[in-house]
Design a protein around this ligand. Structure first.
Ligand code: ZN
Length: 235
């Protein structure tokens, strides 16, 4: 199995190549669609080899390119049940920022959203929490990990590779910025539960929507700090 990381201006998409087929995690912004299709050709595969495109959550920087990808490949789209309608109707949603930078991003995104045309996707499939994907040729399972948004999905492969969307953010500038858990959230306690799900899932290597790939060991201290802070706040 091979994992191809595709940079899409704002966020990363991942193409997972197995002996039998291709699986995509997230579709970046609109211009990412053709990058994904180009990468499929570069690795010597055909567009129709793409079986499923999994959307970790329906934020604009994670599914903008998928209309183009779906048009060329005919793949089905997998998402959390809370985000199926958003993907069908191309509605835009933003989560509240938790720090200075993410609050600025939130404001910009809220101002930009009404002016953006987001794709309307078809063939949307909703999987249950914990559903195994082996029958599709992908040795792994989907987990519900909402909190960053109302509908976050995490894909954990049997080998410990975890595709987490914005549940974890890698180092943005190597050596300088630390990896962190999400800097935006609609529900912080739920997000804490999502992190716990991730930590307990057998995940070893974290493939985030933003920043560098990190190991679970690198992110564990951040997780432990968040837990003790939540415990302090709860008294
Ligand atoms: Zn997001």
């Amino acid at each position: 199995m091979q994992i191809h990381r595709i940079f899409g201006l704002m966020a990363y998409s991942y193409l997972i190549e197995t002996a039998t087929g291709l699986f995509l995690v997230d579709g970046g912004v609109a211009s990412t669609g053709r990058k994904i299709l180009a990468r499929i050709r570069e690795i010597g595969r055909r567009p129709e080899d793409l079986v499923l495109a999994l959307v970790t959550h329906a934020h604009l920087d994670h599914f903008g390119g998928l209309a183009e990808v779906q048009e060329a490949t005919g793949c089905a789209i997998v998402c959390h049940p809370s985000h199926a309608d958003i993907l069908r109707t191309g509605r835009g949603i933003v989560s509240p920022g938790l720090n200075v930078f993410s609050k600025i991003y939130e404001r910009i995104a809220r101002m930009a959203l009404p002016k953006l045309t987001l794709p309307r996707l078809r063939d949307i499939v909703v999987f249950d929490d914990g559903m195994k994907l082996h029958r599709f040729g992908l040795p792994g399972r989907v987990l519900y990990t909402p909190g960053h948004s109302t509908g976050d999905l995490t894909l954990v492969l049997d080998d410990g590779s975890a595709f987490v969307g914005d549940l974890v953010q890698g180092r943005r500038i190597p050596r300088l910025t630390p990896p962190e858990f999400s800097v935006m959230a609609v529900d912080e306690p739920a997000m804490l539960a999502g992190w716990r799900t991730l930590v307990e899932s057998g995940a070893k290597v974290i493939y985030p929507g933003h920043g560098a790939v990190v190991t679970l060991d690198e992110i564990l201290p951040v997780f432990r700090r968040a837990i003790s802070r939540a415990e302090r706040e709860a008294g």
